[in-house]
Write a protein that binds this ligand. Structure first.
Ligand code: UD1
Ligand code: CA
Length: 468
């Protein structure tokens, strides 16, 4: 990159995005592996370390501005009240920065696959060429809809012609304008003042700056994106899914190259911020999202969803759905397990088959092996919770805690009616409804005694009466 700091990045995101057919979400706020479209573009822009990062908003501007405040508080939203074209949008942005000079990068808010590296290459080429405008282009098999890059006999970029304004011959051109540019700010201001709306869409086209700079005898350069799909703009939900697939492949490959085993790249969806250490294994059919982290030696999947979940070293998480959980080293989860926010499993702890846990801690080596609900509970080290145990934590108005000491044995099918405490080393009898605290070392029994009625079956069969 250059030693001179980039003056500004302007992201264009004021358009309506009608082809998304969304009544509730502006186009650039649709989601792609953990970030919105705008979030991806802003993240790539931020890495360029510009002095100003400005996003032009219009349609859905309240939502877009609020979102921007969350993802990048240093970025600034500028409102373009009427969408009079991409040239107009940049002019509105520049009018808020009258003193800025130097190099400016413009990019569209709907191109989430752009990488910082490609933007750096664009700026490097711009500086090297001493250009007034440098366009990021790409060669596509099907260029329909895009602005075409028209080059002169010596290969220099002469103009960009919008699809709607292009003649037959120009529509044959396969090199397209990505809508990503580097500009010299002073030269850009001069050209923007000269834009007209004399075109098929009656808009001020940013693309016309290329022709204006050429006519003024200034250098116009181009950088061809090495991977054409990087410049892909998202206009509808078909393209959104296509971009999601491309980004999935990119993210999976990065993890594989960093030492993570991923059995089924096409069936593994990892958000861009998820961290996975080398020697972790991700089996088929997994979704890892949000702030999830997976430590070395852990095995996740098959068929597991992790949202904002930490998986410790050498833990196994099999066919589970986990949200906001912390899974300790060597812990084991699954299959068919639901871990909800506030779940913390200690070292070597177990949440087994058909177990749901919410806002609860399992101590080191504690086990809930089968068919249980654990909510608002603190379970001590090495405690064992028998099958089909329920913490009865809700009285219809409020939630109450269950405290289970170290080395406790909860018998199968125990109802622990909270608030309740089972002291260290205590047992409960299977089938008990425990409504009172059980002291340390005691056996809590809370069930009716069994009686057997001799000969009952034969009497019932002969008389048809269930006489006791
Ligand atoms: C634009 C380019 C085209 C290029 C294509 C790449 C122009 C005239 N054309 O066409 O050469 O091949 O992108 O995808 O620039 N926007 C605003 N305010 C406006 C108009 C647009 O902020 O008044 C924003 C949109 O939200 C969008 C971006 O600018 O993020 C591009 O606008 P769009 O209408 O999608 O332009 P295209 O027709 O795709
Ligand atoms: Ca577009």
């Amino acid at each position: 990159m250059t030693d001179v700091r980039l003056a500004a990045v302007v992201v264009l995101a004021a358009g309506e995005g009608t082809r998304m057919k969304s009544a509730r979400t502006p186009k650039v706020l649709h989601e792609l592996l953990g970030r919105t479209l705008l979030g991806h573009v802003v993240a790539a822009s931020r890495e360029l370390d510009p002095e100003h990062l400005v996003v032009v908003v219009g349609h859905g501007r309240e939502q877009a501005t609020a979102h921007l405040g969350e993802i990048d508080p240093q970025a600034r939203a500028v409102v373009q009240h009427e969408q009079n074209g991409t040239g107009h949008a940049v002019r509105v942005a520049l009018d808020t920065m009258p003193d800025v000079t130097g190099t400016l990068v413009v990019l569209p808010g709907d191109a989430p696959l752009l990488t910082t590296h490609t933007l750096q290459m664009l700026v490097a080429e711009h500086v090297r060429a001493g250009a007034a405008t440098t366009v990021l282009t790409a060669r596509l098999d099907d260029a329909t809809g895009y602005g075409r890059v028209v080059r002169d006999a010596s290969g220099h970029v002469e103009a960009i012609v919008e699809h709607k304004d292009a003649d037959e011959a120009t529509r044959e051109v396969r090199e397209i304008n990505s809508s990503v540019y580097a500009f010299d700010v002073d030269q850009l201001r001069t050209a923007l003042a000269q834009l007209t709306t004399d075109n098929a869409q009656g808009e001020e086209y940013l693309t016309d700056v290329v022709g204006l700079h050429r006519a003024a005898g200034l250098v116009v350069a181009a950088h061809v994106a090495p991977v054409a799909s990087e410049v892909m703009g998202i206009n509808d939900r078909v393209q959104l899914a296509e971009a999601r697939g491309l980004l999935r492949d990119r993210v999976v490959e990065q993890h594989q190259r960093a030492g993570v085993t991923i059995d089924d790249p096409a069936g593994t969806w990892i958000d861009v911020q998820v961290a996975i250490e080398p020697d972790a294994v991700i089996r088929t059919g997994c979704q890892l999202s949000g702030s999830t982290q997976v430590a070395a030696g852990a095995v996740v999947g098959p068929d597991t969803t992790l949202v904002d979940t930490l998986v410790g070293p050498d833990a196994t998480v099999l066919r589970a759905h986990c949200i906001g959980a912390v899974i300790g080293p060597l812990a084991s989860v699954g299959p068919f397990t639901y871990l909800r926010p506030g779940t913390r499993l200690g070292r070597g702890a177990k949440a087994g088959g058909f177990v749901e846990v919410k806002a609860s801690t399992l101590g080191d080596g504690a086990k809930v092996p089968h068919l249980s609900y654990i909510g608002d509970a603190a379970i001590g080290d090495r405690a064992n919770i028998g099958a089909a145990t329920v913490t009865v934590n809700y009285d219809g108005r409020a939630k109450h805690p269950t405290i289970i000491g170290n080395d406790v044995r909860i018998g199968s099918d125990t109802m622990l009616v909270a608030p309740v405490e089972v002291g260290e080393g205590a047992y409960t009898a299977a089938g008990s409804v425990i409504t009172q605290d059980v002291p340390p070392g005691a056996l809590g029994v809370g069930r009716a005694r069994q009686r057997n009625i001799e000969g009952w079956v034969a009497r019932w069969r002969s008389t048809g009466q269930e006489k006791s």
